[in-house]
Ligand binder design. Structure first.
Ligand code: DHB
Ligand code: FE
Length: 287
């Protein structure tokens, strides 16, 4: 039976990719951020996942404002990255897990999540940066991927409650999958940030702490605010926390915090990293 081993939650600021490309990870500006990844890498190396289910948001590389699915699930054999205009090097491609993707899509539709399925899809820095952080020395990415894009860009945005529900439905689909894969879930983006307008550079440490403190033990606390409340609290791009909320939903019941890091700022963003581990299935069954 497939097993969900836990979740990696991380910011995806493009400047991180440029720092990696320039090899400046140990410069004083970057060190406190990159140091937060040592325990994440150790955990991944110990847990050896085969597949990553990635909740992220596209920033205009594959979907644009003219046609924006609220929820889109990739079902491609391979996902390419492309030049996004951040000055980032184009990333190596990601191998898909199309059979697992179709299983997830079928189960989501059966559970009344009428998502968009994408058999061809480019993936942007929202997937590339987290992978580059997790597996800095990989020649090819060590996991296959099921990308799940959430609209955090074009209003109306989905309700946080719906995102938690989507994640929970994805988690149930993964648990029902008959393969033997070890599955890690990613939630990328956030935490508080606003890139433009009068509040450019806005950061809210208190709200970020509230999110990190509750994400593991009480994810319902994060859905007490609707998406517009979150924009008020976290900035217009801080609403990327919707990806974290969905990813947390996919982990199911109780989780154990393995590590967290919070560093202000990276670019205009409060950068945060967390790992939450699920209880092993045997333990869950015995309980
Ligand atoms: C930044 C943050 C993001 O989440 C993003 O997608 C792009 C840029 C930033 O802080 O610069
Ligand atoms: Fe972003």
């Amino acid at each position: 039976m497939a097993e969900i081993i836990g979740g990696v939650f991380t910011s995806h600021v493009p400047a991180i990719g440029n720092a990696i490309a320039k090899g400046v990870e140990t410069d004083p500006y970057w060190k406190p951020f990159f140091d937060g990844y040592t325990p994440v890498r150790e955990w991944l190396s110990k847990m050896q996942p085969d597949v990553a289910v990635v909740f992220y948001n596209d920033h205009g590389l594959n979907f644009f404002l003219d046609a924006m699915p609220t929820f889109a699930v990739g079902a491609a054999p391979v996902y390419d990255n492309a030049d996004e205009g951040w000055g980032l090097p184009v990333s190596k491609s990601f191998e898909g897990a199309p059979e697992l993707s179709w299983h997830v899509i079928e189960m989501l539709i059966a559970n009344e999540f009428d998502i968009t399925s994408c058999q061809k899809m480019l993936v942007d820095h929202s997937m590339v940066i987290p992978f580059a952080l997790c597996w800095p020395d990989a020649e090819t990415w060590p996991v296959k991927v099921v990308p799940i894009a959430i609209n955090t860009v074009q209003h109306p945005l989905p309700y946080p409650k719906r995102c938690l529900g989507l994640g929970r439905a994805v988690g149930k689909a993964l648990e029902a999958w008959q393969g033997n894969e070890r599955i890690v879930v990613f939630g990328t983006g956030g935490l508080s940030h606003q890139l433009d307008g009068e509040r450019a550079g806005f950061i809210n440490k208190d709200y970020d702490a509230f999110c990190m403190d509750n994400l593991g033990p009480r994810p319902e606390a994060l859905i007490e605010h609707d998406a517009l409340d979150i924009i008020e609290l976290a900035g217009s791009q801080g609403v990327e926390i919707l990806n974290w909320i969905a990813a947390r939903g996919a982990l199911g019941g109780s989780v154990r915090e393995i590590t967290r890091n919070y560093h202000i700022p990276i670019s205009n963003t409060a950068a945060a990293t967390m790992v939450l581990e699920t209880a092993p299935r045997k333990q869950t069954l015995a309980a």
